[in-house]
Design a binder for this molecule. Structure first.
Ligand code: AMP
Ligand code: ZN
Length: 131
């Protein structure tokens, strides 16, 4: 099976790990909407939200923990939680993932989810979270 997120879990592709527990793994999104944009994934391969009725519940504690971590480490004042399920919804990687997108006062509201921000320095953000 050719799954980029399974390759990240196997250490075959590098990632900026934010969090890990028994069932879940979280890492910075390589093309973030906002600084600290993180993906939380199950450690087992589940293709999408509907493929396994347990998968979202399994990673729910990790999602909550990562949300707290991001809010605590960054100057974020809120965050968005997003799952794209199906290509028509924008899903590009078919290994279930929850997007956690920290939000900042200078760019508020749903309109702030319209574009990726190519100016974000991933290494600098990562130092603030994991350093
Ligand atoms: P989706 O469109 O919901 O399937 O989201 C897939 C996400 O994975 C996108 O936001 C991509 O920027 C992100 N992504 C793809 N490859 C990588 C990678 N190697 N490391 C981190 N994030 C990635
Ligand atoms: Zn996978």
């Amino acid at each position: 099976m050719d799954c980029i997120f399974c390759a990240i879990l196997a250490g075959e592709i590098p990632s900026k790990k934010v969090y890990e527990d028994e069932t879940a793994f979280a890492f910075l999104d390589i093309n973030p909407f906002h600084a600290g944009h993180t993906l939380v994934i199950p450690k087992r391969h589940v293709a999408d939200l509907t493929a396994d009725p347990q998968a979202l519940a399994e990673i729910a504690p990790a999602v909550t923990n990562v949300a707290g971590l991001l809010l605590g480490k960054l100057d974020a004042e809120g965050l968005n939680l997003l799952v794209n399920s199906g290509s028509v919804a924008g899903q590009e990687v078919f290994h279930l993932h929850v997007h956690l997108i920290p939000r900042y006062a200078d760019n508020p509201g749903m309109a702030g989810l319209a574009r990726r921000d190519p100016d974000i320095d991933l290494d600098a953000v990562y130092r603030r979270i994991a350093g």
